[in-house]
Design a protein around this ligand. Structure first.
Ligand SMILES: [Zn+2]
Length: 176
């Protein structure tokens, strides 16, 4: 299947009735929020998405998206490439009350007044949520190995000035 630019908004009900499948991509420039959350977005986002009606007659939008971003390693401060993939299972709803009736496996998404969902926004949200909380190289690739990982010098017990000794010296200096 040839890759196509993913439609950014879709009528999920119509797409589900047609059992539509997309194998497409979103150009990286469109992902403004992901660009802001990372050093840069280095690839278009590869997306496969299927619209379906499940056995309970619920509309399901499921698929995968993958992208490569540049993050800054929190251990050595060098940038590195991070390729990752997210999976999603959405079910469009018309009002918030419907969300309670959904099986837990489905994430509720609201249909807008035109009967559409914003695929770009939904996929970008998933990609932002799945960014690592603390970005770090694999240990083998990191300039700072965990053996010589130093968070500032922690003086050992006998190097630390004894607080009472400090008080003593203060007393003495007052007398003089
Ligand atoms: Zn590193």
């Amino acid at each position: 299947m040839q890759k196509v630019k993913l439609p950014l908004t879709v009528d999920p009900i119509r797409a589900a009735q047609k059992r539509s499948d997309y194998n497409g991509y979103i150009v990286s420039e469109l992902l403004e929020r992901l660009n802001e959350s990372t050093q840069s977005v280095n690839s278009d986002v590869d997306v496969t998405v299927s619209f379906d009606v499940d056995s309970q007659k619920l509309i399901v939008v499921h698929g995968k998206a993958s992208v490569t971003v540049t993050l800054e390693c929190q251990r050595c401060n060098e940038p590195f490439n991070h390729h990752y993939e997210v999976e999603f299972h959405f079910s469009p709803i018309r009002n918030p009350e419907q969300a309670d009736e959904l099986p837990e496996a489905y994430e509720p998404i609201e249909i807008d007044e035109n009967g559409e969902i914003n695929l770009l926004e939904l996929i970008e949200d998933e990609l932002i949520v799945e960014l690592p909380q603390v970005a770090m190289h694999d240990e083998a690739d990191c300039k700072v190995s965990s053996d010589n990982l130093v968070f500032g010098e922690i003086p050992s017990a006998d190097e630390r000035p004894n607080p009472f000794a400090v008080l003593e010296s203060l007393k003495h200096s007052n007398k003089e």
